[in-house]
Design a binder for this molecule. Structure first.
Ligand code: SF4
Length: 168
């Protein structure tokens, strides 16, 4: 049976591939089975927007204050640490770097870490540093979405694979 050997490019949060780039120096790698499925079906393009924005590992946890990622791009919300450090510029710079990378590789799909102030696609923490989630998207997810890149999180890998299956 003839197979389509062209794999679509998938932008992916580096921490989901096991890279220890999270604020606490940890990773959130997926199961070997999931990684095999992803590498079978996609050309993986890893990115960590917070590292790309110049932030170190480890780094203080940050949350969006005053809205979500789309509000950050509109200038009505900021990314702050619990002790009041404004990291908005690093987050937006890193998001722009990740968008450039995605566009260079022709990514139309992204698999990004849920709940992150950069990568979250459906929920983010509410800015109170009390572990409360609220509906919203992260800074990088918002920018990618505005450029027509469809975003999935690690709980949505099966849907992502189905979507890619229909596309190839
Ligand atoms: Fe993972 Fe995104 Fe946070 Fe980087 S910014 S550690 S890729 S969730």
């Amino acid at each position: 049976m003839a197979m389509n050997t062209t794999k679509p490019a998938l932008l992916i949060s580096a921490c989901l591939l096991g890279q220890p780039v999270r604020y606490d120096g940890q990773a959130k790698g997926q199961t070997p089975q999931q990684l095999v499925a992803l590498t079978t079906h996609f050309q993986l393009i890893p990115t960590c927007p917070e590292c790309a924005g110049g932030l170190p590992v480890p780094r203080p946890p940050a949350e969006i204050s005053g809205g979500d990622g789309s509000d950050v791009w509109q200038g009505t919300a900021k990314v702050m640490t619990a002790d009041g450090q404004d990291l908005t510029t690093a987050f937006t710079n890193g998001a722009e770097h990740s968008l450039d990378l995605a566009q260079q590789h022709g990514c139309q799909l992204a698999l990004l870490k849920a709940n992150s102030p950069s990568c979250g696609n459906r929920q983010i923490y509410d800015g109170s540093f009390t572990a409360q989630l609220q509906p919203g998207e992260g800074v990088c997810s918002s920018l990618l979405r505005q450029h027509n890149i469809r975003i999935f999180n690690e709980e949505e890998i099966s849907t992502l694979l189905e979507t890619a299956g229909r596309k190839t």
